[in-house]
Design a protein around this ligand. Structure first.
Ligand SMILES: Cc1cc2nc3c(=O)[nH]c(=O)nc-3n(C[C@H](O)[C@H](O)[C@H](O)COP(=O)(O)OP(=O)(O)OC[C@H]3O[C@@H](n4cnc5c(N)ncnc54)[C@H](O)[C@@H]3O)c2cc1C
Ligand code: SF4
Length: 331
């Protein structure tokens, strides 16, 4: 194991300043992703700054208007079990419960979950495989290699991987926001703008820079929140990342969809909103399966499957249909 020092941050200001000035320093929260990356020698920080003691960052606050403020240090288990989260946004609770294992969820934080790195096997491989995300300029072994688990939307020749977070998909569907404290003060980043597409710089997963500390996640009140569902399709029933996943949230009047929110995981370098399907679904009767299928397909005309993952096209559309119907049954 690479040698490193460990210290504790006393407050947010100290954490932000230390991270901004020291390029060899990394925040550590639950450590469930970071330590694996260090063991695989993907990242070799010289100094770890433990942020677990930072005050007022571990709570889930149910806001009076129906929204939520989730501290970045809140553990995945605590957020999943929170009554307000379960009642107001079941898709968020489900996105957490279908992730990792009970032990991991007890340690893993919400901020760390959004920052976790891809599960592309080439990226995690110690044996110097070509990977532009791990070693910029080295190529992308997955582009013409084993890419069954990879993207069908938004990829570039430089990187075809997907983002692994489940709860990020539910948060994207709700148009949540990430509250970040940086060297210039606090700012709020709309969730769908937080993670990046790979373009020519796949090493950068999101828009955060040096000195940026995630403080909280804000979920605004949504009429569709209560009638929401997160569906995860994976190769085995538990302890596995998504092949594809869907967060669906709906509002219904007289059996017809008046508003729909849809996001997918396992299909792109970031949670992928299905805006065209959302639009096409408005006004559709929830029991008209053919019409639902046809509206959902509006978001798949620009899909670009790779050599080994064309199956994701059909699987995704079936998963969206099922997630919509389950969400609709909760309305
Ligand atoms: C075996 C296994 C299976 C898993 N399965 C799933 C799954 O099915 N679905 C899923 O969604 N996830 C899964 N995960 C990932 C898991 O959810 C993440 O490892 C976890 O959420 C990371 O949180 P953490 O607090 O441990 O982060 P850490 O490991 O401590 O940190 C991860 C990264 O985030 C940065 N960071 C942490 N907090 C902040 C902050 N507040 N501001 C800025 N940067 C910060 C750290 O510097 C580091 O770069 C799995 C992990 C493992 C090991
Ligand atoms: S898909 Fe991305 S992470 Fe995987 S090998 Fe290619 S560049 Fe690396």
């Amino acid at each position: 194991m690479h040698p490193f020092t460990l210290s504790m941050a006393a407050d947010q200001t100290q954490a932000v300043e230390a991270h901004a000035r020291d390029t060899h320093l990394t925040f550590i929260a639950g450590g469930t992703d970071l330590l694996g990356l260090m063991k695989d020698r993907v990242t070799l920080p010289e100094r770890l700054l433990d942020i677990n003691g930072l005050p007022d960052m571990a709570k889930v606050k149910a806001l009076p208007d129906g929204g939520l403020r989730i501290g970045a240090l809140a553990r995945m288990s605590d957020v999943a079990a929170n009554t307000a989260v379960r009642e107001r946004f079941p898709a968020i609770a489900e996105g957490l419960l279908f992730a990792a294992s009970g032990q991991l969820r007890n340690m893993a934080t919400m901020g760390g979950n959004l920052m976790q790195r891809t599960r592309c096997a080439y990226f995690r491989d110690e044996d110097n495989t070509s990977c532009n995300k791990r070693q910029p300029g080295s190529g992308c072994a997955a582009r013409h290699g084993l890419n069954r688990n990879h993207a069908i939307f938004g990829w570039s020749d430089a990187c075809v991987t997907t983002h692994p977070s489940d709860v990020a998909v539910a948060l994207a569907a709700m148009d949540a926001a990430v509250v970040v404290r940086g060297p210039a003060g606090e700012r709020t980043i709309p969730f769908t703008g937080f993670h990046r597409l790979p373009g020519s710089t796949p090493a950068q997963d999101n828009v955060l820079g040096r000195g940026d500390l995630i403080v909280a996640i804000e979920v605004p009140a949504r009429v569709e929140g209560r009638a929401s569902h997160y569906l995860k399709v994976r190769d085995r029933q538990s302890y596995e990342f998504a092949l594809v996943s869907v967060a669906a949230a709906v509002a219904i009047e007289d059996g017809r969809l008046t508003s729909v929110r849809l996001a997918m995981g396992g299909v792109a370098h970031k949670p992928w909103r299905l805006y065209a399907a959302e639009e096409a679904l408005r006004g559709t009767a929830l029991d008209d399966t053919d019409a639902l299928r046809s509206a959902i397909s509006a978001s798949f005309t620009d899909a670009r499957p790779l050599a080994h993952n064309a199956f994701k096209l059909e699987l995704s559309q079936r998963a969206v249909l099922r997630a919509l119907q389950t969400a609709g049954a909760r309305a």
